[in-house]
Design a protein around this ligand. Sequence first.
Ligand SMILES: [Zn+2]
Length: 305
Amino acid sequence: MPRLRLVIVALVALAAAAVLATACGGDGDGGASGKVRVVTSLPLFADMAREVGGDRVDVTALLPAGADPHTFEPSPRDVRSVAEADVLFANGLDLEPGAVKIMETNRKDGAPLVLLGERAEADGVQVINGNPHLWLDLANAREYARLIAGALMTADPRQSEWYANDYRLYLQALDSVDAYAKQTVAAIPETSRKFVTTHDAFTYFAQYLGFEIVAFVAQGPGQEPSPEDVADLTRAIRDEHVPAVFTEPQAGSEGRVLEQAAADAGVQVCTLYSDSLDDEVKTYIDLMRFDADELARCLGGADGG
Ligand SMILES: [Zn+2]
């Protein structure tokens, strides 16, 4: 008999939990927490969603710190996060095919998936040679923030004013880092305004700050550079009198190839962030500050030969 009582108690508890869940789990209100559940592909977009969403959103990025979006393969845990999301943000333009695929396949009915890069292109932002790394130009980052704010307001219209307010504050912070980056690189001489990097991420960044990309290691994700590629890279570094090369924190074999070419050419190896964040560079604004500082540190003093 005690056993039957236990079962009844358990059933009553389950029923109460179900009622609670139904009462709190209306459309887009984020379940028992009352927060909008946001899932993003990159930690960069999660940061932007937290800036605009404040404490009204509960944000999860599928990619862990330091992951490469081009080669990222989701886990079963990621599928669960996607299925629970009220709003989803990714870049699209083939930046993170693995993440976008599980978002398209597993999101719940009515949960919008906003592909920020593709939406920006539809809104008139010029996409250069299909390159997906639009956010490394501050003008495009403002567009991403605008798209994120719009989607959150639609998902949670009762708190629109709060989203609008936090969006305005974030735009001010973006304006500040925009001014900081331009000012920081202003003293770099024209002859030193050249990049060599590990992967083709800096098209917009270079255009934004007035630099030229001389070469990069990886043609595409997972493609191993040949010995001829390394020799070409070393030659490009020497011929162009590049004062330093820039590896990336998430770079795998491309990073080692770049370090070898830099050693052969006798130039310094520095770091630029593009797709990933980590414990040192935690936000989009940190990233733009770090990259501007690193350019000034590694290219600023050289005369470029
Ligand atoms: Zn990339």
